[in-house]
Design a protein around this ligand. Structure first.
Ligand SMILES: *[C@@H]1O[C@H](CO)[C@@H](O)[C@H](O)[C@H]1NC(C)=O
Ligand SMILES: *[C@@H]1O[C@H](CO)[C@@H](O)[C@H](O)[C@H]1NC(C)=O
Ligand SMILES: *[C@@H]1O[C@H](CO)[C@@H](O)[C@H](O)[C@H]1NC(C)=O
Ligand SMILES: *[C@@H]1O[C@H](CO)[C@@H](O)[C@H](O)[C@H]1NC(C)=O
Ligand SMILES: *[C@@H]1O[C@H](CO)[C@@H](O)[C@H](O)[C@H]1NC(C)=O
Ligand SMILES: *[C@@H]1O[C@H](CO)[C@@H](O)[C@H](O)[C@H]1NC(C)=O
Ligand SMILES: *[C@@H]1O[C@H](CO)[C@@H](O)[C@H](O)[C@H]1NC(C)=O
Length: 905
């Protein structure tokens, strides 16, 4: 009974916890920018701003060595990356998304990356994915992405704390946009990045096109019947077109239906591509002007290339709205400055190759529709533009030419559409909070196939267009036709990406020819997960019932074969899989990388706090310096005070400048408080100038001191009297009040401040002696400064004493309260015991075997406190032991009566 209540409470509690702790972060992880939103019970869909108060963060980070032999590094995010890229190109890891899930053999991606990011050192790692080399360390691409995500999550948590300082909401779930075209390795790399965050966040991948259309649907709202839209997304690294149908069912209470119906993409076309075109225009102009410099020489210099790329990026943006852009680069190569102009015409001419590619993704999406009933392109109601590069005029022009000007929906603010939609989708998938229901149908853009062994034929398990998540079971064949341990290879769009080794030995043993005379077949179950991972879930060996392929039905009769339960008709085989190109990240590696990120985060936080403390000290010093120059201070401040403060200011300023590199936060704080104290003292002195500091004032001080000491005595006398007044009551109950009093343990919040009681009182008495000395004899001999110091000492000592006296009073009240509560409980217990005794006698008289059940049915909680016999005013073990013993002596019969009671609980 009690257990089930506890269980119920636990489950309510955990639901409650689950609910209050949940916060979902949606991240639009782009090639160039990261945008993020957070949702928690107290933060409904908040955009996460960057520390520089921007709506999006640059995608990437720079790694700077802090020197020292421990290989310590600092990571730099945000707009500082711009200058890092030209000063330290080897350390600045920007735009790494295009390298996720790639291997060193993906030469196209790598060379495009290196064109834009010269000087970066990329190597294959043990798993065959890519790592960056910075200094002596290698950083897997997944780890760099994880650091970016972690930095975003840290800001989200900061935001949650600002919303509710007392709250415990922390981000625990992540919804991450994924380009629909990402293959299995790229998806796994993104998921690995999510799980490398310090809290190993649960991660869902949300296709970027779907995210945008969800945002569009929720904003537009007024849908009637069925309509068709294309999301055209030209980002930094790629261009994608996704076709969707949007349908409001006739029954208005049914949710709006969104169905994915076609897809086209170009993983090379996008902002970076345009930037590189401008860069090569600039480079050509530079080389033709400086014939003495060869292209090779220029390319050998990463800083020069980085500067040109950066100038190209700026020029590209200018050319979106202007007919020409001026370019000025300082020291492209040593002491070679360069100025030039690029016209919009030149830019667009240079794009003539890519221009024809601009509309291709839409064409592919419409031509390769997944739906049974294909729609005519004319039926498309609108093209939703998103992605930074869709603003480039030539892009909009080409799209309008292809689809018709009126179809281009420019009014949709698509900048944050993807992050908004991904967050909403994440909330739904995690079932974190309630949202407007949408009926979303996702389809796979890839074919998923398998082959059995080396020469097996390729069997498509899930053709392109399959609605997922989904599962499917295939019969692999008869055991006698298959080799003992066989391999299954998984394919995506004609490329093998994983092999699975199946061990049949486990089944051979159980399904021997005697046990399964009709043979054994193997079935394999495949799935496409919500994140569109194609997986072999299990392989089973199945004992056939007869010669045909039909499978043995569950048997009802038992005991035919002893070691094979006849109801057991299938056995799961042991399988182990391995990536064909990139191996999966082991949990050991995950743990190690996650721990590394955690440590770096802690160090960053510590460094940040140290910097803050230093800034505070610096501000304090400059402030003190100007204070020391105030006319009033210079004129009226005592020389010794002025001297000390000004000396401290000079000392700490020069320390900050020259020696504070290897310091600790504690040391900085100590220096700050030293300065603050000197300044406080000077200020207090100047304030005290209005006071006479004469013998009359000192007399008044002594009067006050006497009053304080009297107050202490009064409190003590008061307490003694009150305790004494309880003496009789205690004796009546067979106890000694002093004894009980001594056992009372004060709660920590009262006991802790009181622990310095004796010191504070004696310090106060010492100060009084000083005041008396000053008053009695020395007035004429003492300077104002000395008198001021004595007075300040008194002020401080009396303030301290006063605050403790407060606790002194609290302690008295607490003890009295405890004594009174003790009496009340003891009286109740006594009374009940008497009653029970009486009842027992009566019962005994009636029937011998009866138990005192009437008292049992009373109040279980009092019954329980009875079993511990006496209300204890203290929590110490010795106290409860001593209070128990008299009870036992008094009423052995009562304690035996409570024993079965206790058991029933
Ligand atoms: C509309 O749908 C709701 C929920 O699906 C259902 O309960 C209701 O009967 C439907 N109404 C009509 C008129 O079909
Ligand atoms: C730009 O994109 C076009 C079209 O996909 C491609 O042919 C070209 O190689 C790309 N250029 C660069 C520098 O990536
Ligand atoms: C979702 O839409 C599909 C058709 O696209 C429909 O068959 C299904 O009943 C819908 N589900 C709900 C819950 O409305
Ligand atoms: C084995 O696979 C076949 C073909 O898909 C299926 O009909 C059968 O039900 C499967 N058997 C079991 C036990 O799953
Ligand atoms: C066994 O067979 C009996 C009678 O046919 C049936 O009632 C019972 O549910 C069966 N038990 C099992 C485990 O299938
Ligand atoms: C003495 O105490 C009174 C009241 O607490 C206060 O107003 C006064 O300033 C005190 N005098 C001195 C000299 O501290
Ligand atoms: C204070 O001093 C008294 C007598 O010297 C001593 O009994 C008591 O334990 C001291 N209290 C504290 C809190 O140190």
């Amino acid at each position: 009974m009690r257990n089930s209540i506890v269980l119920l409470l636990i489950s309510i509690w955990s639901i409650w916890c689950h609910f209050t702790l949940a916060a979902v972060v949606g991240v639009d992880y782009g090639q160039q920018f990261i945008k993020a939103m957070v949702v928690s019970p107290r933060a409904p869909m908040e955009l996460i701003f960057t520390p520089e108060a921007k709506r999006k963060e640059i995608s990437g980070l720079a790694i700077k060595s802090l020197g020292g032999d421990k290989g310590e590094i600092e990571r730099i995010y945000g707009s500082a990356l711009g200058s890092m890229a030209t000063r330290f190109p080897k350390n600045t890891l920007l735009h790494v998304k295009s390298l996720l899930g790639k291997t060193i053999n993906d030469e196209g991606e790598i060379s495009t990356y290196l064109n834009e990011h010269p000087g970066i050192d990329i190597v294959p790692n043990k798993r065959n994915s890519l790592s960056f080399v910075v200094g002596d360390e290698q950083y897997p691409v997944e780890e760099v992405t994880a650091m970016n995500l972690q930095e975003t999550i840290n800001r989200a948590n900061l935001l949650l704390r600002e919303k509710d300082p007392s709250g415990s909401d922390l981000v625990d779930k992540l919804a991450l946009t994924v380009p629909e075209y990402f293959d299995q390795y790229q998806r796994r790399a993104l998921l690995d990045s999510g799980s490398l965050t310090t809290d190993a966040l649960d991660t869902y991948l949300v296709p970027d096109g779907l995210s945008v259309v969800i945002n569009f649907v929720l904003k537009k709202r007024d849908f009637k019947g069925k309509s068709y839209y294309v999301v055209y997304d030209m980002g930094g690294g790629s261009t994608k077109a996704s076709l969707f149908s949007i349908e409001q069912p006739e029954n208005e209470t049914e949710p709006l239906r969104i169905e994915f119906g076609g897809y086209g993409y170009d993983s090379q076309l996008g902002g970076s591509n345009f930037t590189l075109q401008v860069a090569s225009l600039i480079e050509n102009k530079f080389l033709s002007k400086r014939k003495d410099i060869t292209a090779e020489k220029l390319h050998r210099n990463p800083k020069a290339v980085a500067k040109i790329v950066q100038a190209a990026e700026k020029a590209k943006l200018i050319l979106s709205a202007n007919s020409e852009a001026s370019i000025s680069i300082e020291s492209v190569l040593e002491d070679v400055d360069f100025k030039t102009k690029i016209t919009k015409q030149e830019f667009e001419d240079s794009l003539s190759d890519s221009a024809s590619e601009i509309v291709k993704p839409i064409k592919v999406a419409l031509d390769g529709q997944f739906w049974d009933e294909k729609i005519d392109p004319k039926q498309v109601s609108g093209i939703i533009l998103t992605g930074g590069s869709s603003r480039v005029p030539i892009v909009q022009y080409k799209l309008a030419e292809y689809m018709g000007e009126n179809k281009i929906l420019k009014s949709v603010n698509a900048d944050e559409a993807a992050v908004d939609g991904a967050t909403i989708r994440g909330i739904k998938l995690f079932e974190a909070f309630r949202t407007k229901p949408l009926n979303i149908t996702e389809r796979s853009i890839s074919d998923y196939a398998v082959t059995l062994n080396q020469k097996g034929e390729n069997v498509v398990v899930f053709p392109k267009g399959t609605v997922f998540p989904t599962k499917r079971t295939l019969e692999l064949g008869n055991a006698k036709d298959l080799p003992k341990d066989f391999d299954i290879k998984l394919w995506e769009n004609g490329l093998p990406f994983q092999s699975v080794k199946t061990k049949t030995s486990g089944a051979d043993d159980i399904y021997s020819p005697e046990k399964c005379p009709n043979g054994v077949i193997y079935n394999a179950t495949f799935s496409i997960s919500q994140n569109r991972l194609f997986n072999l879930d299990k392989v089973e060996a199945i004992c056939l019932k007869d010669g045909s392929s039909s499978v043995e039905k569950p048997q009802n009769e038992t005991g035919k074969k002893s070691n094979l339960g006849s109801s057991k008709r299938s056995v799961k085989l042991t399988i182990s899989s391995e990536g064909s190109n990139i191996k999966a990240m082991s949990s050991d590696e995950q743990l190690r990388l996650r721990e590394y990120i955690r440590i770096l985060d802690q160090k960053d936080a510590a460094r940040f706090e140290l910097e803050e403390a230093k800034n505070l000290l610096e501000a304090l010093l400059y402030d003190a310096r100007s204070y020391l120059e105030l006319e009033e201070v210079v004129e009226k401040g005592p020389q010794s005070y002025l001297g000390k403060l000004s000396e401290a200011v000079t000392k700490h300023l020069s320390w900050l400048e020259d020696e504070a590199d290897e310091t600790t936060k504690l040391e900085v704080i100590q220096r700050s408080s030293e300065v603050q104290q000197l300044r406080d003292k000077l200020e207090a002195y100047l304030q005290s100038l209005s006071e006479p500091l004469d013998s009359k004032q000192f007399q008044s001080i002594l009067n006050n001191a006497t009053k304080l000491l009297e107050q202490i005595d009064l409190t003590q006398i008061n307490q003694q009297e009150q305790v004494a007044s309880l003496k009789d009551k205690f004796e009546e109950l067979g106890h000694n009040v002093e004894e009980q009093y001594a056992k009372i343990k004060l709660p920590h919040h009262i006991a802790a401040p009181l622990s310095s009681w004796n010191d504070t009182v004696s310090a106060f008495k010492e100060v009084i002696k000083l005041v008396e000395y000053a008053k009695s004899s020395a007035f004429k001999k003492m300077g104002r400064e000395q008198l001021f110091e004595i007075k300040s000492a008194f002020d401080i000592a009396s303030a301290e004493l006063e605050s403790i006296i407060d606790y002194f009073g609290k302690a008295r009240d607490y003890r009295l309260h405890e004594l009174q509560a003790w009496i009340q409980k003891a009286e109740k217990t006594k009374k009940r015991k008497e009653e029970r005794l009486k009842k027992k006698m009566e019962d005994k008289e009636k029937e011998k075997e009866s138990k005192s059940s009437s008292t049992v049915s009373g109040n279980p909680s009092t019954a329980e406190s009875e079993s511990s016999t006496v209300p204890t005013t203290t929590t110490t073990a010795s106290a409860s032991a001593s209070t128990t013993s008299p009870q036992n002596k008094q009423g052995t019969s009562s304690s035996t009566a409570t024993t079965p009671l206790h058991d029933e609980l």
